[in-house]
Design a binder for this molecule. Structure first.
Ligand SMILES: *Cc1c(COP(=O)(O)O)cnc(C)c1O
Length: 390
């Protein structure tokens, strides 16, 4: 055990890897094929099989993947897309790329996921799609959301940046949506530093995303520099440069092998946190919902402000002074100047999100955390609550 294990700073996140990641990347470097190529193809196929979707198209990030999906959908200026208030800006900014309007709606008070009731309230004749964010990795109420989408002929893009792996009624997230985007950003549950994946069962969407991912070139463009590759290619659309590289795919392949092992480790940490603070009436733990299995990407507590002498920022500071790194997921979209000003939003329109925002703190939950670190997080959350109770 580390000699400073009682005082050493516990970061909010630390990536988990071993020799496998190193040897996969080394292998790729030595192969001489560094950008999109055989490893990326292999990763796409293994990811597709793991999820169980018909198609999997890798991208340089969640953001570029979602851009491709909305392009394939044919989103037009003036169209509306419903997005939850508590999410990362990427979920909404991709809508703005098209001069379409992200219609930001309030979330469910227990799960922090998009509220199906709020979706219904905000549907207009211009609504084209819903972006359903599986917050912290807990699946949204997809049964209800799908029924609403079907009734109004809306497309569902699932933001599964947190939901790898996660299950709804025993089915893995990623194989049932119109399109589901994953992120392999540095802090996510499978990381390639940067990267993303689009999973879909819709052949047209998959083909269009594949085409537009690499300059709109009408065949497997990455093969053009291979031995048996052909110099001839044709550009059929003004595409993008949104591909993953083989160096990233090498990392991702190694990470995919340990995905469920890392998930089990996070789940154990979440269960220990639940148990460790269950007698602490100053913090509320994340919702547990029947038939929904979280990815445990985030462990977000809500502090009971009414019973404490300090606010959320001070609570975070107290934890920091005790060596615990935390974060806030997320500053609601309507609080950012761009969305607030462009769409004339006010916190008053989002009573649930606003209430939740002032209470949320995400605690460290990464697979490599040891027992001492887990205990220290619990003890310090309990200690700060006790010292600053009203
Ligand atoms: C991280 C994140 C994204 C963006 O992912 P990138 O791969 O960085 O583009 C989108 N949505 C949510 C909810 C995220 O947490």
């Amino acid at each position: 055990m580390n000699k400073n294990s009682e005082t050493e700073f516990i970061p909010f996140h630390r990536p988990y890897f071993d020799e496998d990641e190193i040897s996969e990347v080394t292998d790729t470097i030595k192969s001489g094929w560094w950008t999109m190529g055989p490893k990326t193809q292999k990763f796409e196929e293994e990811f597709r099989k793991y999820i169980g979707s018909e198609y999997a198209v890798s991208t340089s990030s969640w953001t570029t993947g979602a851009h491709l999906v909305l392009e394939a959908l044919g989103l037009k200026p003036g169209d509306e897309v419903i997005v939850p208030a508590i999410t990362f800006t990427a979920s909404a900014e991709v809508v703005c790329y098209f001069n379409a309007k992200p219609v930001i709606v309030d979330v469910d008070i227990d799960t922090l996921n998009i509220s199906p009731e709020e979706i219904k309230k905000h549907i207009t004749s211009k609504t084209r799609a819903i972006i359903a964010v599986h917050y912290a990795g807990l699946p949204c109420e997809m049964d209800l959301i799908r029924a609403i989408a079907k009734n109004h002929n809306l497309f569902i893009l699932e933001d599964a940046a947190h939901a790898l792996p996660a299950w709804l009624n025993g089915e893995k997230i990623g194989k049932l949506g119109d399109a589901v985007c994953f992120s392999f950003y540095a802090t996510k549950t499978l990381s390639a530093g940067e990267g993303g994946m689009i999973c879909t069962n819709n052949e047209k969407i998959a083909q269009r995303c594949k085409l537009m991912r690499l300059h709109g070139i009408n065949k497997d463009a990455w093969k053009r520099y291979d031995n048996d590759g052909d110099w001839f290619y044709e550009v059929t659309a003004p595409g993008y440069k949104y591909n993953l590289t083989d160096i990233q795919s090498a990392l991702a392949l190694a990470q995919l092998k340990k995905l469920e092992m890392m998930w089990t480790k996070r789940k154990i940490i979440a269960e220990r946190y639940n148990e460790g603070v269950k007698d602490n009436c100053f913090v509320k733990t994340p919702a547990i919902v029947k038939n929904r299995e979280s990815a445990y990407h985030l462990y977000t507590i809500q502090i009971e402000l009414e019973r404490l002498k300090i606010n959320r920022a001070q609570f975070i500071n107290e934890l920091k002074n005790r060596g615990i790194g935390t974060s806030v997921h997320f500053i609601p979209l309507y609080r950012h100047s761009f969305y607030r000003e462009k769409f004339s939003l006010s916190p008053d329109n989002f009573p649930v999100s606003e209430n939740i925002f002032n209470r949320i703190i995400s605690l460290p939950i990464w697979p490599g955390m040891n027992d001492t670190q887990i205990e220290r997080v619990i003890n310090n959350v309990n200690e700060v609550s006790k010292i600053f109770k009203k």
